[in-house]
Design a protein around this ligand. Sequence first.
Ligand code: BGP
Length: 460
Amino acid sequence: MNIEFPKSFFWGAASSATQAEGRQAGDGKGENIWDYASKKYNHRFYEGVTTENTSYFYRDYQEDIQRMQDISFNSFRTSISWSRLIPDGIGDVNPKAVAFYNDMIDTLIEKGVEPFINLYHFDMPMELQKIGGFENREVITAYKNYAKTCFELFGDRVKYWFTFNEPMIPAEAGYLHDRHYPYVVDFKRAATVLHHIIVAHCEAVNVYRESKQEGKIGIIMDVIPVYPRSQNPADLYAAEMADLFYTKSVNDAILKGKYPEKLKEVLVKYDQLPGVTEEDIALIGETKIDLLGINYYRPRRVKAKECLPNPQGVFSPEWFFDEYVMPGRRMNTSRGIEIYPKGIYDIAKKIQTEYDNIDWFVSENGIGIEGEEAFIAEGIVQDQYRIDFLKEHLRYLNKAMEEGSNCLGYHMWTFVDCWSWGNAYKNRYGFYRLDLATGEKTVKKSGLWFKEMVKENGFD
Ligand code: BGP
């Protein structure tokens, strides 16, 4: 075996509540922003598929967990749906949700699949969005109470907790780039949301510490490694700024306990600084995580700006760099993003050199392909491209580990094809195919490959 991983390595996949659970009549779940937006702004969702019918995990979880065991998972990440557990975001707990999550956790453990539980995957309860979502500090308190409730209810069995999935996204996609509800375009509001999410993260970590439970707590980040077009100083500056806004802003706050000085200087200069109190700064400074999850899909290639931005326009990180469309880049055309396996190695090196070589794992990595039914032969999706994708990324990960990176596991996105934020069921990512019409779930060739690879803890 030339690519071998440690015996204790975490192998599995990631998913999230809103993308997989679906709804059932009488489930007691409250509405969240995706339930609302996928109906109200239905045209924004591929083929108009709403959150009602996502992958049926709420209904099928027992069979699904068996499916995980069938392909050798020893761990699985999903999230708790805040609005399923506490329908109004604050107030009474939904007993049906408690029963569901209890049984899901127990079944996972029974089947030898370690639950990795995330508290927030983009899914703000609608009642709290009505008062401003994370723009409103009251929602930080509501989130803290929600986190406390989760630790009290499930913390006796869940040993791996995560406060947020991709904290940058609800801010950037919801308040700057018009992809997620509430579809606002305003940098300062986006920065406020991001800052409040970071404070909420710190509050939840501290509540967990106070609970004296014996697990680990961390966060899941989407790190997009930045590559300049050239070594020309203008291109290097573009790369520095892209990294500053999109990565260092969050990473430094959470992993180094402080925002980068340079970010503050830029935001002051352009009058975009959100309200940050001394207490917030102190809280960020003293909060430490145990485990970092990294979602990696693509690199970000940038170049110096071709044209100066309109000074009257909406301030944005893109005022400082242009996307660089590198000739000859390898594309996943379904998703419109570049495939660059070495990025995973570069991230590992960055964690090693800049972030104290903290314990981390790949919390998402995968390839979304449109029209996978075209690859069905002998009853299963023959997704050799996914196997190749996995191998290439795992090779680079393995190399980084040989060089001392503390990577503890690898979770693919995703387990069963699931619903996505806008693309709905357009691009399929799973180890199992979901037939949307019948609800049938069938293992793909990649799932069978994964099963054998995990048994061997590596591949040739
Ligand atoms: C990540 C999200 C996931 C998932 C994935 C795939 O950023 O954490 O929830 O959706 O991206 O991306 P997409 O669904 O947009 O194709």
